[in-house]
Design a protein around this ligand. Structure first.
Ligand code: ZN
Length: 215
């Protein structure tokens, strides 16, 4: 349980962060803030500062560009993440990966659990690990609980690519990076991704690089 003093410092830290305006600097792997447990959001910022912080996260995610961003990625150890995916992908990719458009949304104190045993494995990347992608097998369907930015309860089942995004972002709030769950032999530079592994599924990459995909 955080002391009132800790609450004040967190708000001060966010005020400081927002004072420059524009997209926020994104923290890269190696910074301990990405490896710590985050604090549950419990009004530490107050409604006005929370709204400004969420807007800054949205702006930063768009500028990156990315489809999700968690508070620790801008150095703030609070259990808050944003996501949005316009999913500008070809039809065959949309079908193979279940990458359907996802409107902007805010996850406050989210947690997830798998729904059923199905797993899906695809390349993914992280704004905190720039330049690289790797294959992660994740639950194909998850139940996400938590709240939105207005404190309204969230209890929703996600499938396809949105399920991948909510798992990736919620993991950030537990100090977990996608690399912790990735197939190490799948690690590929963005250049290799563009040159070789742009197919809708990682089947060819698995055969060529020597890693397993879920049955
Ligand atoms: Zn990430």
């Amino acid at each position: 349980m955080a002391s009132p003093h800790a609450h004040a410092s967190l708000a001060e830290q966010v005020e400081q962060l927002l004072s420059t305006g524009g997209p926020l600097p994104i923290v890269a792997a190696g910074d301990p803030v990405l490896r710590r447990e985050t604090e549950r959001y419990d009004g530490q910022l107050g409604p006005a500062l929370l709204a400004r912080f969420i807007e800054a996260l949205r702006l930063t995610m768009h500028a990156a560009p990315g489809v999700g961003l968690a508070a620790p990625q801008v150095g703030v150890p609070l259990r808050i993440a944003v996501l949005e995916d316009p999913a500008p992908v070809p039809e065959e990719v949309r079908l193979a990966r279940g990458r359907v458009p996802q409107p902007f949304r805010v996850l406050v104190n989210p947690s997830y659990e798998p729904v059923g045993p199905a797993r899906a494995a695809f390349f993914e990347g992280c704004l905190s690990v720039p330049g690289w992608q790797a294959v992660v097998a994740r639950a194909a369907e998850v139940r996400l609980t938590g709240a939105d930015e207005h404190g309204r309860a969230l209890d929703e089942v996600f499938t396809g690519w949105p399920a991948r995004i909510v798992q990736h972002e919620t993991d950030h709030l537990d100090g977990t990076l996608y690399l912790d769950r990735a197939e190490p032999r799948s690690l590929s530079s963005n250049q290799a991704m563009a040159d070789r592994w742009a197919q809708p599924t990682p089947a060819r990459a698995a055969a060529a690089l020597g890693f397993d995909l879920p049955a």
